[in-house]
Structures are given as C-alpha cells and as structure tokens.
Design a binder for this molecule. Structure first.
Ligand code: C2E
Ligand code: MG
Ligand code: MG
Length: 652
C-alpha cells in the first residue's frame, strides 16, 4: 500500500520534472535555431540577391555540419527553391510530437538598399532534426525517470517499514485491544499503551481511551448502584435481593447447603411515622439498616424491600439453631432503643423464617412462606421470630433457652461429671473410668443427649469439653494421690478436635493437675474420626505423641474404612451399645469388631452391657473390657471412690 503510494507519487513527480525538462529543452532548441538563423540569414539574403548559388552553398556548409539542421532551403518570393541542401527527416519520432512547431523554422530574407530601405526578397527555411533536440531530452528523461523510480522505490520501502513499525503495528495492537473491550465490563481488558509510545500521540490516544473506559465503568457502577440500592439505607433493594436470592438458591442447590430466608418487618414503624413525621421515619429506617448490617456476618446479605420490610439471606445457614441465633441477634439489635431526632424510639421487629429446601425450592415460595411466618410472629405480639415450619420454631426456642442456661451453668460451675467404671473381663478388676458430663437442673438431671448437641451446634462444646477434662483431671489427681492411678476416658467432640491447638490445650489441662496424658483416653466418635481422616490423622498423631490414648467411640455405627483404621493412631475400639444390646443372638458385628481389634492390636471394649448373657458372650469371645449398667452405672466421683477405689470390687 505505502509502497504503491510512494511509487505513484514518484511517477507523478518524475512526470512533472519531465515536463519542465521539455520546456527547458524547447527553449534551448529555439535559442540555437535563432542563433543559426542570425548566422545564416545575412549571407543567404546576399546570395539570393546576387543569384550566387555558390555563395548560398557556402553558407550551407557550416550549418549542415551542425546535427541540429536536417535541410536548409533558400526560397524566392514566389516560393520557388533557389538553393537547398539536405533531406528533411520523416516525421513520427516521439520527439516530433513534443517539438511540434519547432521543426520547421523560417525567417524572411531581407535586402537593405543603399537608401536604407528594407525589402523582403525571399525566405530562409530550416528543417530541424527532431532527434537532435530529442536526444538530450530522452537521456535526461530516461535517467531521471529510472533514477527517480529507484529513489522512490527505496523511499517507499523505507517509509513503509517506518510506517509499519511506528504506526501500523501499534495501531493494529490498539485496534485489537479495542475489539476486546466488553462494554458491559469496560475495565476487564484495558487498552495497552503500545511499547515506546507512552509519550506520543498514540500513547495519548490509548490512555485517553482508558480514561473513557474508566469513566464508563464509573457511570455503569453508579447506574447499577442506583438501580439496585435502596437510596435511603444504601442496602440492596428488592431487585438486587431477588437476584441475590436466586443466585444463592442455585448455589445451595448445587452444593447441598442450607439457606435461610428471613423476612423482617418493624413492629412500630407506622407509629413513628405518624407521630414524628416521615423525616424521623426515614432516619429510623437508616438506623435500622445499619444495625441489621452490623448484626450479620459478612457473608450474609440484608436488603430493604420497601417500607419497613427487610429481607435477610443466610447462605450456608447450618442448622435451625444457628439460623435462630442469627434471628435472635437481629431482634436484639433492634430491641435497643433508637435516638431519632432527639426522641427515644422503640422500634422492635418481627421475623419470619423460611428454610431452603424444607420450606420451598424457589424464591417466590420461600418469600411467601417467610412472609406468612412473619405475620405469625406479629400475631404473637411482635418482637419475635417464627419459622414457617412450627416444629422448627419449637426446636429453635428450646435450643436458644438451653444454650443460654447451659452457658450460665458452665460459667457458674454448676455442671458435674459422673464416672462409669470399665472392667477388665479377664481379671474382673477395674480397668478405668469414663467421665460423663451431668447437668443437674432443679431436682432432675438433664441428659447429655439433650444438651451435648446444643453445645455442639453453638460451639459451647469447646468450653464445656475443656471444663470436663479439667474436672476429670482434678478428680483423677485426687484418686491417684490416695489410691493410685486410674485411667480416665473423656469424650471429645468434633468441634474440639477442629480447634487448631486442641492437643496442646489438652496437655496443659492434665498437666495443671499434675498428671501425664498417658493416664487419659480421649473417646472420639467413629463418625467424627472418619469424617475427614486426613485432617484427623494429624491431630490424632499429635495426641498420641503426647501420650494420650485414643478410643474410637460408638464403633460399628459409622463406616470405618479398614484401610484407614489400620493407619489411624488409635488404641481402643469401643463396640457401640446397639450391637452389645443384640447379644448373644445377633453377634456378627460384635464378633467382627473383637476379631478386628485383636488383629490390629487394639484394646476392645463393649459399652452398654446390661445382662449376664451379654457379659458371658463377650468374655468367651475375648473382648477385653466391658462397661455398662450391669457392672456399674455412671456415678458421682465420691461414690465411685467409695465403691471402687476403696474396695476394688471384683466381678464374675
Ligand atoms: P458415650 O460416650 O457413648 O457414653 C456412653 C453412654 O451410654 C452414656 O450416656 C452412659 O450413661 C450410657 N450407658 C452406659 N452404660 C449403659 C448401659 O448399660 N445401658 C444404657 N442404656 N446406657 C448406658 P450419657 O452419659 O447419657 O452420655 C451420652 C453421650 O453424651 C455419650 O455417649 C457421649 O457421646 C456424650 N457425652 C457425655 N459426656 C460428654 C462430654 O463430657 N463431652 C462430650 N463431648 N460428650 C459427652
Ligand atoms: Mg464415650
Ligand atoms: Mg459410646
């Protein structure tokens, strides 16, 4: 392209130059012809006047030697040829066309009489050789044409390289970047400033485009914000909340996680609006928005649907209890009085909760059910939350109450630990005890089956577990001092194991009582051990490293992989009560576990032994230890001390 252009321009230039050369050559030829005329005209006139043909011929001699003139003629007034020499060139040469009009030059021959009068007596005619004038021109034109062409070719090539390198290539790169720009996401692929062009026009264009893209992005963000945010509270509006909910539902469906939708409505908003005015109402809504946001985790989303209605989406909601806790937190945040325009305002709120997938699969159904539940909460007088599923509300309330009083009991040291002896089946001697937490409540004892799950779900189990271990260590230290060492088993929950420094903390607790970890067995439920073997392996190794024994509790209820079991650093298998219960009629599993324990060199123990027949079967089968109501129920520490340590009872 550039090359062709340069050639064309060169051609035009050459033609123009050629034109000038023609004019110049014509000029030159004219001047030479005039010189010849001047030279010859005088003597020719004299020769004609005197009819002296010899003189005329003499004049022709020098002229004919000039290449320029082909033929020379002297004519009389009648046009007759008086004298002539040479042959006129035939026309048709290319220069003939250019020098048209020059090729035949004539001049009148004049005789000047004695009185000085001039009289025309004839004509001198010169026939010019067009080749003679053309030669120079041709040489010139050919030279300048070829030279010019070559020069222009080189120039063109040079220019195209320069153009390509400094203009075309960066422009193409720029164009490519421009094509890549997606208007929906203008900042995703910015225009790259071509290398080396930072400070020139190209660089300027690129950075200007980038500025424009950034501006576009800002406007889009602002537009989106305006379209999806509630201007009053700056929370997501209904549009964005619906979108968020749909995305969250899709994710929950895919990952199989739970999702909770909380529909929140202020209890006394209308009252505030009516009595303090809409300005105060707006201020209250703003405050409410801020408090809701503050009461939620980062991953939870709260938005305003309009009026005094808010919507909260809890992704990865966990259990009903955890959802209830979040709802309670929101209610607590709104139950504190608001200071609006110098007035104290009590707003309060009612919350309706719908759970995915239990209460509905899609956004519309969940919203409707959350709304229904919210009205139920309002009907109860407000200031409360309700699940769409009534049973969930019950469960949640029990849980919340349980958690509160359990926390209280723990803080007030009002929990207790009972001990259940483990008996060696070969010798009938005491082989150790299992520490089981007890919660005395009024005149009854709340079962661990009731509050351990709550403690697990609320995370209180970590604190509770440490409390039990501390109490058990203290009791064990006391017994040891008086009666000698007793092996103490303590139950450990999944949450405790997940604490990053659990092994170190456990060591610290037992050593604070002056004991060594090897006097303790940590009982971990089979399902917990097998849940994430790779992770547990590290923790169990650490515990074993410190000297703790590790028992797999409730063995047989989970799905232990034998391969894993072989690798896991455990010391004891505890046959679950349900299998012991079936003995001796249905003994396959118990027999298998005992055989497995022997094979792997692990201690086997049967829990929940209630009958003599069970005990007999276990002893015959080679089970090493037994624990159960038949032998002894869990009992307070002092009773255990009296019955077992002072007497060292024997069985069988
Ligand atoms: P577990 O560790 O399997 O404890 C054995 C349970 O079986 C105890 O119930 C015990 O009282 C009961 N038991 C013992 N012998 C018999 C029997 O012959 N027949 C029957 N029917 N039951 C028997 P408990 O004390 O109610 O504890 C229930 C569960 O609560 C325990 O199961 C354990 O998983 C958990 N737990 C108890 N204390 C703690 C603790 O301090 N921390 C943790 N994380 N969990 C605990
Ligand atoms: Mg146990
Ligand atoms: Mg058990």
């Amino acid at each position: 392209m550039t090359l062709t252009g340069a050639l064309l321009v060169g051609l035009v230039l050459t033609l123009v130059e050629g034109g000038f050369a023609v004019v110049r050559e014509r000029d030159k030829a004219e001047r030479r012809i005039a010189q010849i005329m001047n030279l010859v005209a005088g003597p020719a006139a004299t020769a004609l006047w005197n009819f002296d043909t010899a003189l005329a011929r003499n004049q022709f001699e020098p002229v004919r030697t000039l290449d320029l003139v082909d033929r020379i003629e002297i004519r009389d007034m009648g046009g007759g040829i008086f004298a002539a020499d040479g042959v006129a060139a035939t026309a048709g040469s290319w220069t003939g066309f250019i020098f048209e009009g020059l090729l035949r030059a004539q001049r009148p021959l004049v005789n000047i009489a004695e009185d000085g009068r001039r009289r025309e007596i004839g004509t001198l005619v010169l026939f010019i050789d067009p080749r003679a004038i053309g030669d120079d021109l041709r040489t010139y034109i050919l030279g300048s044409l070829l030279g010019g062409l070559l020069r222009n070719l080189l120039l063109g090539a040079f220019l195209s390289v320069i153009f390509h390198r400094f203009l075309t290539r960066p422009l193409i790169a720029l164009g490519r970047d421009l094509i890549r720009v997606r208007p929906a996401e203008p900042l995703a692929s910015p225009i790259r400033v071509p290398r080396g062009h930072r400070n020139d026009e190209l660089g300027y264009v690129a950075s200007r485009i980038n500025e424009l893209l950034a501006q576009l992005h800002r406007s889009q963000t602002e537009l989106r914000r305006l379209a999806t945010r509630d201007p009053l509270t700056d929370l997501p509006n209904r549009v964005l909340m619906t979108e968020t909910l749909n995305v969250a539902l899709e994710r929950a469906g895919r990952d199989g996680t739970h999702l909770a939708l909380l529909f929140l409505d202020l209890d006394r908003f209308k009252h505030v609006n009516d009595s303090l005015g809409h300005g105060a109402g707006d201020n209250l809504l703003r405050e409410v928005g801020g408090r809701l946001r503050g009461a939620l985790r980062q991953s939870h989303v709260v938005g305003r649907l309009g009026g005094d209605e808010f919507l909260v989406v809890l992704e990865n909601a966990g259990t009903v209890e955890e959802v209830a806790q979040a709802a309670a937190r929101l209610l607590a945040a709104l139950s504190r009085p608001f200071g609006i325009d110098g007035q104290v305002v009590h707003a309060g709120a009612s919350i309706g909760i719908a759970m995915h997938p239990q209460d509905g699969a899609d956004a519309v159904t969940l919203m409707r059910h959350a709304d229904v539940a919210m009205y139920a909460a309002k009907a109860m007088g407000g200031g409360a939350f309700k699940f769409f599923d009534k049973a969930m509300t019950e469960r949640a309330l029990v849980m919340l109450r349980t958690e509160a009083s359990l926390r209280d009991a723990l803080a007030g040291d009002r929990l207790d630990v009972h001990y259940q002896p483990k008996i060696d089946l070969a010798t009938g001697r005491l082989a150790g005890v299992e520490a089981l937490v007890r919660w005395p409540h009024g005149d009854r004892m709340i079962s661990p089956a009731e509050f351990i799950p709550v403690a697990e779900e609320t995370g209180l189990i970590v604190e509770l577990g440490e409390w039990v271990l501390r109490r058990a260590s203290r009791d064990a230290a006391h017994w040891r001092h008086i009666h000698g060492a007793v092996t103490v088993a303590v139950n450990v929950s999944a949450r405790q194991l997940a604490e990053p420094d659990f092994p170190e903390r456990a060591v610290r607790i037992v050593s604070e009582a002056g004991l060594l970890p090897r006097q303790f067995i940590l009982e971990i439920t089979e399902t917990v051990v097998m849940r994430d073997v790779a992770k547990q392996m590290a923790v169990l190794n650490a515990l074993r490293g410190f000297g703790f024994g590790v028992a797999v509790d409730d063995f047989g209820t989970g799905y232990s992989s034998l391969a894993y079991l072989k690798q896991l650093p455990v010391t004891m298998l505890k046959i679950d009560r349900s299998f012991v219960n079936d003995l001796p009629e249905d003994s396959a599993i118990a027999a298998t576990v005992i055989a497995l324990g022997k094979r792997l060199g692990l201690t086997t123990i049967a829990e929940g032994v209630e009958t003599d027949r069970q005990l007999e079967w276990l002893r015959a089968e080679g089970c090493m230890l037994a624990q159960g109501y038949l032998l002894a129920k869990p009992m307070p520490a002092d009773q255990f001390e009296r019955q077992f340590l002072m007497v060292m009872a024997k069985v069988g």
